[in-house]
Design a protein around this ligand. Structure first.
Ligand code: ADP
Length: 362
């Protein structure tokens, strides 16, 4: 006998291709287990505004190929307040929603853990193109976003080659350079600039000069949006456009700048994202049915598994040097060591890939 008769599903924060595949899997797995599913529209704001629809097998038909999210997404400030939370809890009671699966990134999981604390069991599914959640090797949307970058930059390369031009390409990722690093390597960029590793501008410019001298015509330089410079008023500004100007000035090569921005957030999900979203969605429902709550579904070494949400969020803050006073107080030495292991693993993977790219990107 299931503890739950009806669950809710929502997508929140930045959208990511594959979120629909996750919604579909959650809906169908739950229905198969005799649990009804309600779609919460517009992330946490749907809980506040009572914007809720029933999801059936048919309602999630033909969405696995679609980017975006059929449940829409929203950034809901009111949900962070106690008043907003009380409205959300009242909505769950009114619609008999016994538990929630929340698909999104770290902000979404902070909301999920708050809901759990207020008595609504919640499971998180990682969905963000940035792959910036330290505790998971992979988040839904990352592969599609990178393939979109690849496709777009291949177009730029063609025209760079014709005109012997350089194109600096800025891609999303917030503080995480994984999209820039992996696509930079795969696009054959001559230089890659990410927030995790100091960028040697002089070295990159010398590399571009020698490539030109050796006869190379088209050049791509990949920059992550998280890399910033400071202007004369002390304000942080994106580094990509500054680098564009410097390359042109120093090398004499005509240089353009392209910000791919939200283009990369849409599009039909790749096989990797459809499959991972499906596996994660099914796993999330299984966790709920096992009576688990406040867990986030992650991928580790190719396996779908789960972690405590607060542990995952704390590990994330540790990796990003954003730990707050008392964050580690409730953890044992073993748990803190595990957090360090996860952070070190991620840092080592990025460093290894970046160092490899030094020899290949020419
Ligand atoms: P992402 O999940 O992609 O990181 P956001 O950081 O924008 O996206 O968070 C998505 C939503 O999650 C927010 O609009 C808000 O409703 C909720 N949220 C974020 N942070 C918190 C928090 N500290 N407490 C409660 N809810 C939060």
């Amino acid at each position: 006998m299931n503890k739950f008769r009806r669950i809710g599903v929502l997508t929140s924060g930045g959208d990511a291709p594959g979120m629909n595949a996750a919604i579909r899997a959650i809906t169908r797995k739950a229905l198969e287990q005799g649990v009804e599913v309600m779609g919460i529209i517009g992330g946490y704001s749907g809980l506040i505004n009572e914007n809720i629809i029933p999801l059936t097998t048919g309602a999630v038909s033909n969405i696995i190929t679609h980017g975006g999210t059929i449940l829409y997404s929203n950034r809901c400030v009111e949900f962070k307040t106690e008043e907003g939370m009380q409205k959300a809890i009242a909505t769950c009671k009114k619609f008999n929603i016994d538990a929630i699966v929340a698909i999104g990134g770290d902000g979404t999981f902070r909301g999920a853990t708050d809901l759990t604390l207020h008595g609504v069991p919640t499971i998180g599914v990682t969905g963000t193109i940035d792959n910036d959640i330290t505790a998971t090797d992979y988040s839904v949307g990352f592969d599609t976003a990178m393939n979109t970058v690849l496709d777009t930059v291949d177009h730029l390369r063609d025209t760079c080659e014709s005109h012997a031009r350089c194109n600096v390409v800025e891609v999303m990722g917030r503080d995480c350079g994984q999209i820039a690093l992996q696509t930079g390597i795969a696009c054959g960029a001559v230089a890659i600039c990410i927030p995790e590793i100091p960028f040697d501008e002089e070295f990159a410019i010398e590399k571009i000069k020698s490539a030109k001298a050796a006869g190379k015509r088209g050049m791509i330089v990949m920059v992550s949006e998280g890399v910033t410079a400071t202007d004369e008023n002390g304000k942080k500004i994106p580094y990509g456009e500054i680098l564009e100007a410097r390359i042109e000035e120093e090398t004499g090569i005509e240089t353009k700048f392209a910000r791919l921005a939200h283009i990369v957030r849409g599009g039909s999900p790749t096989l990797r994202d459809r499959l991972t979203a499906t596996k994660m969605g099914v796993f999330a429902v299984e966790l709920l049915l096992e009576g688990k709550s406040n867990r986030v579904v992650i991928e580790e070494n190719g396996e779908i598994t789960d972690l405590d949400i607060v542990f995952a969020l704390t590990t994330d803050r540790m990796y990003k040097n954003k730990l707050k006073d008392g964050d580690l107080d409730k953890y044992t030495e073993e748990e803190i060591a595990e957090m360090h292991r996860i952070c070190d693993k991620r840092a080592a993977e990025i460093k290894e890939l970046y160092e490899m790219s030094y020899d290949i990107c020419k």
